[in-house]
Design a protein around this ligand. Sequence first.
Ligand code: F6P
Ligand code: MN
Length: 350
Amino acid sequence: MTPSIFDKKETMKRKTLSRYLIEQQREHNNLPADLRLLIEVAARACKHISHAVSKGSLGEVIGSAGSENIQGEIQKKLDILSNEILIEANEWGGHLAGLASEEMEHIYEIPNRFPKGEYLLIYDPLDGSSNIDINVSIGTIFSVLKKTEPVEGEITPVTEQDFLQKGANQVAAGYAIYGPQTQLVLTTGYGVQIFTLDPEIGSWVLTQDQVKIPESTSEYAINSSYQRFWHAPIQRYIDELIAGKDGPRGKDFNMRWVAAMVAEVHRILTRGGIFLYPTNSRESHRTGRLRLLYEANPMAMIIEQAGGAATNGHIRMLDVQPSSLHERVAVFLGSKEEVEIVTQYHREAI
Ligand code: F6P
Ligand code: MN
């Protein structure tokens, strides 16, 4: 037999996202064609965003757009551009019933000129946008739900209510990180995979299969400039970490804060850790800072699929019933042991 020009090991190294998705469907029957299309289209849009991000000032995408989003945050040009890239990439394919974004007050219904599908795509188009101007990692976070129809076979117009599903219903979740390398982190309910963008061939290549978060850690991430506003359970937990070897925890902890949730989660997936964004007594953080539907839920699914844990301080994040599109929540996620301890401190404080 003539030897293949491709070394078998080399071929394994180059498993593309398309091939991975097809093989998952064969193995688990969990990725129908429309869902594969959705993931591929979202991933392609992330390539486009990555390209815009990497051009920086050369692409005239840096700086403020001079507007505010529904949360009262200043929108950067890249926030708006990334939002538009994701809409344009997804609206025509026939796989979506609607989409929702951090940058849009209301849901986006697929225009009538396009066929409609059964999936709902929810995203934060550019997470960590305060890092844009300083050339530090940012990303895109997305969550996929299925629209449920009251009567099978009947298609009703999409409403905000369709999006208000628990995170446990997500059929896929992922994020792209635009850092020294551009990577796509994906779960479809069978573990977590990391794909790295090969800029020469323009493909997402599987570089890490079945990512696992270590159960224990000695690294934490919190914005401690809010310390004077913290509630008692957080104060207690962080005091104990800082006390290190001399305190009740009996070991030293290190701290990191990138100010982009994608980058914090990425670090935790890679080497463990805990990320905390608690509620605090400041009016703007009273119910939390991060958004349930397009930040907390997709990240919670990824973290759980990698063997970690995610809560809102009281219950499993994926069991929280959303009540509005842009709802904010407290977030605790990462290595299981630490998430359990801080959640326990909250429960004891009730
Ligand atoms: O999207 C919100 C976000 O930018 C997250 O990515 C990040 O974790 C957090 O806010 C940063 O918060 P702070 O402004 O408190 O540093
Ligand atoms: Mn964000």
